[in-house]
Design a binder for this molecule. Structure first.
Ligand SMILES: Cc1ncc(COP(=O)(O)O)c(C=O)c1O
Length: 361
């Protein structure tokens, strides 16, 4: 079976982790600082703060902007639940707007109608490796005095006109094993705002600048030096990983038939965290691919506002028809950099045969 994801771990990661372990510095230490510096340089952001996960990076970004009970944050329901959960953790309320059918990211034409006196931030999601329309979103946010938190957890190295995801307002990344680069578990917040980064560093470590002197109630959202050691070995390979993802995506664009392939805005560098097609009779399609030896996955089968904990909070009545429709149609196929050319050919043949069998979308 060709898997939907295959983390690439080699000798570099092994020796880097072993050095960290042998150094005796296991919790947050010099490797975390070095990883932060290198990641900030890669993204082109002034500051980077490493965290225990993408979820905690999102949570800290919102707290760093002072968001809390009574506030509202505008986001999308077509995402992993962590985006919206991080808003709930602060005591604020997510307000959902629909996505643009063309690129699966926030429909910027719906933002202004969702703004109320309680709105404090906009959280677009750069889904599948394509940045949301960050210029338009930043322009609206500036006009209304709102913070911008880009959920770039799937967009390491993605860019608009050469400007990378993670350089507008605050950006957050995940290093979960399926992501374009990994640290096992881990996350990163990037920003040009040095004061925001300072507040986030404080909150990451129990509100502590001087050992056992606590200024605010904080958290333990630290990354370990062992995780950072993996990240330091992975980061130099990220550009090549992303190039390989793009090359595979180009073959799919050219060779797939009978399915809708992704649309990429002209100014965008897409990093294809996922290559997501739209198909007819999606569940049967996935089952048939499995029989043909091709793994696939549905990101995501239920919109966030229809998930049980959100329905329990009174959500579910929102009108997000694009999200509802795409939830029924999307199917991600393998696009990870370790696929061989033969495996890519197998995926193409399996998708095309299945589309022919079940009828074109
Ligand atoms: C869009 C999105 N947001 C947030 C997260 C949360 O990241 P993590 O799993 O590292 O907490 C993920 C990762 O799964 C994600 O894909």
């Amino acid at each position: 079976m060709i898997p939907i994801a295959r983390p690439q771990m080699g000798e570099d990661e092994k020796s880097s982790v072993w050095e960290a372990m042998a150094s005796g510095s296991l919790a947050q230490g010099p490797r975390v600082r070095e990883f932060e510096e290198r990641f900030a340089a890669f993204i082109g952001a002034g500051q980077a703060v490493a965290t225990s996960s993408g979820t905690t990076a999102l949570h800290l970004a919102l707290l760093g902007y002072g968001i809390g009970p009574g506030d509202e944050v505008i986001t999308v329901p077509f995402t992993f639940i962590a985006s919206a959960n991080s808003i709930l953790y602060t005591g604020a309320r997510p307000v959902f707007v629909d996505i643009d059918e063309r690129d699966f990211t926030m429909d910027v034409t719906q933002i202004e109608a969702a703004i109320t006196p309680r709105t404090k931030a906009i959280m677009p999601v750069s889904l599948y490796g394509q940045p949301a329309d960050m210029s338009a979103i930043t322009e609206i946010a500036e006009r209304h005095g709102l913070a911008v938190v880009e959920d770039a957890c799937q967009a390491h190295g993605a860019a608009i006109d050469g400007q990378r995801s993670g350089t507008w307002g605050a950006g957050t990344f995940s290093f979960y094993p399926t992501k374009n680069m990994t640290t096992g578990e881990g996350g990163m917040l990037t920003t040009h705002d040095a004061e925001l980064a300072d507040r986030v560093r404080l909150l990451r470590e129990h509100g502590m600048k001087v050992r056992y002197h606590h200024d605010v109630v904080g958290y333990n959202f630290r990354m370990t030096d062992i995780a950072a050691a993996i990240g330091l070995a992975q980061l130099p390979k990220l550009a090549a990983f992303n190039d390989r993802r793009r090359a595979i995506a180009a073959r799919y664009d050219a060779e797939l038939r009978g399915v809708l392939t992704p649309t990429v805005r002209s100014s965008v560098t897409h990093v294809y965290h996922q290559y997501t097609i739209r198909v007819r009779d999606r569940d049967a399609f996935a089952e048939r691919l499995k029989e043909l030896g091709v793994g696939s996955a549905i990101y995501y089968p239920i919109p966030v506002h229809r998930q049980k904990p959100f329905v329990a909070l009174g959500y579910g009545g929102e009108t997000c028809p694009v999200t509802d429709r795409l939830t029924e149609e999307v199917l991600s196929i393998p696009v990870h950099p370790s696929l061989s050319d033969d495996e890519v050919s197998t995926v193409v043949a399996a998708v095309n045969a299945t589309a022919e069998e079940l009828g074109p979308r």
